[in-house]
Design a protein around this ligand. Structure first.
Ligand code: UDP
Ligand code: MG
Length: 331
């Protein structure tokens, strides 16, 4: 009998002892409602991933898990970072669930759209992105830096969903496809769109963090943004080449200018040759660095070992399906 979807909610937690009791209470209430509505089944779980916290996060998770059968916990041996903790949690649960939702422990993202996400999953969507309508509750600084970040990523040619963070539903097969991305520099919101499959979005208003402090201080935010760009785009390398080309053009203009000045007798000894050399050498060096960069860019794509393709569906299945799956597994 079909008694609802087996949903796992994965929550990365770093020093979140202050929010966990409230978070689990709200999540359990929501689970109860969804079970009553027949949306999710009894075996659905809320999985807290302790990302090497220094406070009482793990003992809190442990006692919650003992008190409520719906709650489970995973403890990482050290602080692996938000993206790794999230990925680790998703990869651990992907065998057990029909679909998994990732959400931050502070519930700044509205959990009331979870039923909507699950309904989209039932309608056949493999990925459902949670998208923030407005960010009034974020500080002015966080808002502007975030918008700047999305714009910059777009400019660099990285396909990410505007105003979507790591609040999303993924089906089992989307999670399996994600596990084919063996890269070490995790930037999930760039990787998930690469998986493909049918996707849609749900919209919500972002709340304030109700307890504890942000675990993303400016330093971590900047390194996260830098990671996102350098893990997905070789545009910065192309910019060096472009700059090299521009400097070469300037070199020609400067050569003409220096020659004219010299012929008109306006220059001291050695000025013209020095002037020409400086611009010319500068341009050649930048172009060379850009050229070497192109090769490094190719290597960077190779070492990521991302899947070349992901199969969406088969019709009239034959043995070739098994063969194709073997190939992906052997990569
Ligand atoms: N987090 C984590 N490991 C870290 C830093 C953060 O697992 O090293 C978790 C944190 O517990 C939270 C989520 O990542 O569940 C997002 O962090 P936070 O809410 O502090 O970020 P913000 O909303 O301020 O961007
Ligand atoms: Mg937060």
């Amino acid at each position: 009998m079909d008694n609802g979807i087996k949903l796992y909610v994965v929550v990365p937690c770093y020093n979140e002892e202050a929010v966990l009791p409230e978070t689990s209470k709200r999540m359990l209430d929501l689970f109860d409602t969804m079970k009553r509505d027949g949306l999710i089944c009894e075996d659905s779980r809320i999985v807290f991933v302790d990302d090497g916290s220094k406070d009482k996060t793990w003992s809190t998770i442990d006692s919650l898990a003992k008190a409520y059968p719906e709650i489970a916990g995973i403890k990482l041996a050290r602080n692996a970072g938000h993206q790794n903790a999230l990925f680790g949690g998703l990869m651990t649960v992907k065998h057990d669930c029909d679909c998994a939702i990732s959400i931050d422990a502070d519930l700044q993202d509205d959990i009331n759209v979870i039923p909507e996400m699950v309904k989209h999953y039932i309608d056949g969507y493999d990925v459902v992105y949670g998208v923030r309508n407005k960010r009034d509750t974020d500080t002015f600084f966080k808002r502007t830096t975030a918008v700047g970040f999305y714009k910059l990523m777009q400019f660099m040619g990285v396909n990410i969903i505007f105003n979507h963070a790591d609040y999303r539903l993924m089906s089992k097969r989307a999670l399996n496809a994600l596990s084919d991305f063996p890269e070490r520099n995790m930037f999930l919101r760039g990787m998930v769109p690469l998986v493909g499959y049918r996707s849609t979005s749900v919209y919500y208003d972002r709340n304030e963090r109700f307890a504890g402090e942000s675990k993303y201080p400016l330093k971590k935010m900047l390194s996260f943004a830098f990671d996102g760009i350098t893990s997905f785009s070789i545009s910065p390398i192309r910019m060096i080449s472009a700059l090299g080309a521009i400097v070469c053009v300037i070199a020609v203009i400067m050569a003409v200018y220096a020659l004219v000045e010299k012929l008109m007798g306006n220059t001291g000894a050695g000025w013209a040759s020095l002037m020409m050399s400086i611009w010319f050498i500068g341009g050649v060096q930048l172009l060379s660095v850009g050229l070497i960069g192109e090769y490094i860019g190719k290597m960077y794509k190779e070492v990521k070992r991302r899947p070349r393709y992901i199969v969406e569906a088969y019709v009239n299945e034959t043995d070739s399906k098994e063969r194709s799956e073997e190939v992906t597994e052997n990569v």
